[in-house]
Design a binder for this molecule. Sequence first.
Ligand code: FAD
Length: 398
Amino acid sequence: MSRQATLGSRDVALPPACDVAVVGGGVMGLATAYHIAQSSRLRVVVLERSYLVSGASGRNGGGVRMQWGDEGNVRIMMESIEICRGLAQELGINLWFRQGGYLFIARTEAGESRLRRNAELHRAIGAPTRLLSGEEAREIVPDLDIDQVRLAAFNAEDGVVFPWPFVWGYAGQAIRKGVIVRTHTAAIAAEPERDGLRLRLSTGESLYAGIVVNASGAWSHDLNRSLGIELPNRPHRHEILSTEPLKPCLDPLVVDLQSGLYFSQSTRGEIVAGITMPGSHDTGTHVDQRSSLQFLAHLGATLVSLVPRFGSLKVLRQWAGPYDVSPDGEAIVGPSPGVPALLQVCGFTGHGFMMAPAVGRLLAQFIVHQERHPMLARWDPGRFAAGTSAKREDMIIG
Ligand SMILES: Cc1cc2nc3c(=O)[nH]c(=O)nc-3n(C[C@H](O)[C@H](O)[C@H](O)COP(=O)(O)OP(=O)(O)OC[C@H]3O[C@@H](n4cnc5c(N)ncnc54)[C@H](O)[C@@H]3O)c2cc1C
């Protein structure tokens, strides 16, 4: 694949009109564009204001898991993992998808009962989650200090991917199927025109689209506000780091329920780790991507208390990205209240990357065939105004 075929281009010409304009070239926007192009002849344009992995999709930990606490989320992720198995071949790019499992550890009674309840749900649905004692967990992660571990849950089908080729793979195949991916071009405003919307672009151009998909994640307010749409999702800063490489020593991604610490080993050997920071990280609608010393200190202390051997590791890189957080922890997907030509696909907190393979396909089905999957109905953007929003998930990390 040529460079332009995977990265999009700032020079590609835009048509005056298209059927679907996707605003945001992150994993959600590109997966949706790819599936629309695969299943229809609709003319699709993706607009990305910067380069393709500049948003959360290029800054995340690449964790992919079916261990959730809500049946709908478990099922969506079983579907996503099933898609991931064949996705490298489908997209023609190495995604570095490694199914080393996810190991959740509980150090409190409350954490233990969450894991027990979830394992029962997973068993009923057919997700192969096993409960383990501390000693059994140490057989999977030999360096783990298990003194404080009351219970662990392991699912061998969970895993990690390398996020960048994932995004480039969707872009490359979408472009091959005729999608225009224009980078360094922001949609700065939208206004109603006929049955669709006209987008005003940062380049001075404009584009008419029958349907606009707002896939701009933590930045989605900007476009929404130009149409008078107010949704309650807010960007929260989330930090992460990677260390110098080690010989392979860690198969699963490990999550400590109590602290919100998670760590895995990348295929290149680096330990990649993040943690829930105490206090609020709500930054209004401003996206804050600064790194902090507090994060480094808090993560270091927690990680070393669980894996003392990592105490001598050198940190090579530290960065931050936005979680796009909705008040009920649920995604926001579907027609916008009062503006049906604007579809939202945002609010995915810390799990949008893993859900994108399934959600991109489901949203494309909705756009092309008007088929609405029950999860899309549940994630309806109108639920906040209607007062029907509900918290269902207790396994959101970060
Ligand atoms: C540190 C960190 C770790 C994470 N770890 C995981 C994990 O392990 N597993 C997981 O599943 N998820 C994880 N996530 C969450 C995941 O990264 C996101 O949920 C997912 O990438 C969201 O994808 P998106 O396409 O909606 O948003 P983004 O990737 O943010 O894409 C939105 C794009 O829109 C562009 N844009 C914004 N405004 C405009 C505009 N006006 N016009 C045109 N373009 C615009 C932006 O430049 C951006 O590229 C993590 C997130 C962070 C920050």
